[in-house]
Design a protein around this ligand. Structure first.
Ligand code: SAM
Ligand code: DTB
Ligand code: SF4
Length: 334
């Protein structure tokens, strides 16, 4: 199958609405063709600057305007960050993702300190990722020079539903940041969340946005909403595992070379449910006792799951930063 960046919403809808077992079967076949089944990328998150964020993302415990009881913390020290990265590496994690509760990166001393952390984690031989909000091209260039491998910036939902979830910046702002990241050669990590109150069409719309970017993201995190007390979405229904599986399978079929990450929400999933997600094409997870601020299965728990399912952690630097070489050639050569 050729890698395609011209999917229509109707085509994605047809895939998404395939009877469930048939969908898993199809996604599993694509997974086998394009990925090493049996290998799962293990990433670890660390919140290097927590809470007090100016934005109004309705799902987020770190937004200053919601009373979620979260303790605000200033930017962490490099030594503490590196100590945790080493711990993650020793536990088998190959990608280390540092998150900052910022609307955007600013050219200040904190950014210089983050550049230093990126350099330090890169020197440990891990793939370094950051998620720090909007980014200009020159900031992306500086991060790239410091050794950043990937940048996470989620589109979160469809363009149509976006305004119901976030009003303090636009969908186009997000796409601009993704463009800046791509331009300098950093691997794009972008996905979204289900359980925000979106329709099936919104989910299809989100997958349409991601799969029609000039190049597919190198990784696509699919998050199930973690319902945090104090946020406007605290009362939403728990995400149905079958919906998660449907999203993962559809993402795998339309973006065969991307790492599809079973992201937030694993704490509330059984091992059998996670196994179905891997069958449906997920090949990446976040491991470590916390995501950014909420609980997540720890390294030991995941190691037991890997043993049971016969999975092994994927080595670092196996993913090509340009997930879809064909479309890259088209983009460059016109
Ligand atoms: N401030 C930066 C930004 O918004 O891009 C980086 C950190 S932000 C917490 C990274 C991503 O985490 C969000 O875009 C969202 O997709 C995800 N996220 C945040 N809170 C979540 C929650 N309660 N449940 C699931 N995913 C969540
Ligand atoms: C992503 O897509 N999910 C991660 C990571 N990228 C940054 C974050 C999930 C956050 C869940 C809520 C929390 O722990 O604060
Ligand atoms: Fe701030 Fe990011 Fe949370 Fe939005 S998702 S409130 S930008 S930390």
């Amino acid at each position: 199958m050729q890698i395609r960046n011209n999917w229509t919403k109707a085509e994605i809808s047809e895939i998404y609405n395939t009877p469930l077992l048939e969908l898993i079967y199809k996604a599993s076949n694509i997974h086998r063709e394009y990925q090493e089944t049996g290998e799962v990328q293990v990433c670890t998150l660390l919140s290097i600057k927590t809470g007090g964020c100016s934005e109004d993302c309705a799902y987020c415990p770190q937004a200053a305007r919601y009373d979620t009881g979260l303790e605000v913390q200033a930017l962490m020290k490099k030594e503490d960050v590196l100590a945790y990265a080493k711990k993650a590496k020793n536990a088998g994690s190959t990608r280390f993702c540092m998150g900052a509760a910022w609307r955007e990166v600013r050219d200040n001393r904190d950014f210089d300190r983050v550049l230093d952390m990126v350099k330090g984690v890169n020197e440990l031989g891990m793939e370094v990722c950051c998620t720090m909000g909007m980014l200009t091209e020159s900031q992306a260039e500086k991060l790239h020079e410091a050794g950043l491998y990937a940048y996470n910036h989620n589109v979160d939902t469809s363009k149509e539903h976006y305004g119901d979830i976030i009003t303090t910046r636009t969908y186009d702002d997000r796409l601009k940041t993704l463009g800046n990241v791509r331009k300098v050669g950093i691997s794009v990590c972008s996905g979204g969340i289900i359980g925000l109150g979106e329709t099936h069409d919104d989910r299809i719309g989100m997958l349409h946005t991601l799969s029609t970017l000039p190049t597919h993201p190198g990784s696509v995190p699919i998050n199930a909403l973690v319902r945090v007390k104090g946020t406007p979405l605290e009362g939403n229904e728990k995400v149905d595992i079958w919906d998660m599986i449907r999203m993962i399978a559809t993402a795998r079929i339309i973006m065969p070379k991307a790492m599809v990450r079973l992201s937030a929400g694993r704490s509330e999933m059984s091992v059998s449910e996670q196994a179905l997600c891997f069958m449906a094409g997920a090949n990446s997870i976040f491991s470590g006792e916390k995501l950014l601020t909420t609980p997540n299965p720890d390294f030991d728990e995941d190691s037991r799951m890997f043993q049971l399912l016969g999975l092994k952690p994927r080595e670092s630097f196996k993913e090509s930063p340009v997930a879809s070489e064909e479309s890259f050639v088209e983009e460059v050569l016109g």
